[in-house]
Unconditional design. Structure first.
Length: 153
């Protein structure tokens, strides 16, 4: 077999140039590919990616991706809804974003994403309480009598 050193395509020995690449570079042997430090097609990444979690919006998807990247877990973020037609007419009920990781990292990634969800909920609850307290203070300030008497001399 012969290979394109640029794109990695595999060809029969009778083919001389790569038909997939612009300018049709000449093909090389497997030994030349190894000498150049290039992988052969059958040596490429064979990991299987599976769902570790989902996100309902792109911001959450980015937060989750950052968490997984911080822990050096390879990741593919794939939109579940990618059309202009809504789910009622298409029947597409996939989550907004799927976070895919190698099957060997699935358990660890799912645990990290669940921890992030719990922290996010706690933060949202805390922010909600703070907003309620601020609203109560504003209401009390509006209801407090205002002293309009002139200062005593």
């Amino acid at each position: 077999m012969r290979y394109c050193a640029r794109c990695g395509s595999e060809y029969q020995d009778s083919v001389v140039d790569c038909t997939d690449c612009p300018n049709h570079p000449p093909l090389v042997s497997a030994e030349e590919m190894r000498e150049r430090g290039l992988p052969l097609p059958h040596e490429l990444d064979q990991r299987r990616f599976v769902r570790a979690g989902i996100a309902d919006d792109p911001v959450t998807a980015q937060i989750f991706a950052d968490v997984l990247e911080e822990h050096r877990i390879p990741l593919i973020v794939r939109p579940g809804r990618s059309g202009v037609v809504d789910e009622l007419t298409t029947g597409n009920l996939l989550p907004w974003w799927e976070l895919l990781v190698p099957d060997t990292d699935q358990v660890r990634a799912a645990r990290l994403l669940e921890e992030e969800k719990i922290q996010g909920r706690a933060y949202a609850d805390e922010a909600g309480r703070a907003a309620e307290e601020e609203e109560l203070e504003d209401e009390r300030a509006r209801q407090a009598p205002v002293d309009t008497a002139p200062p005593a001399l």
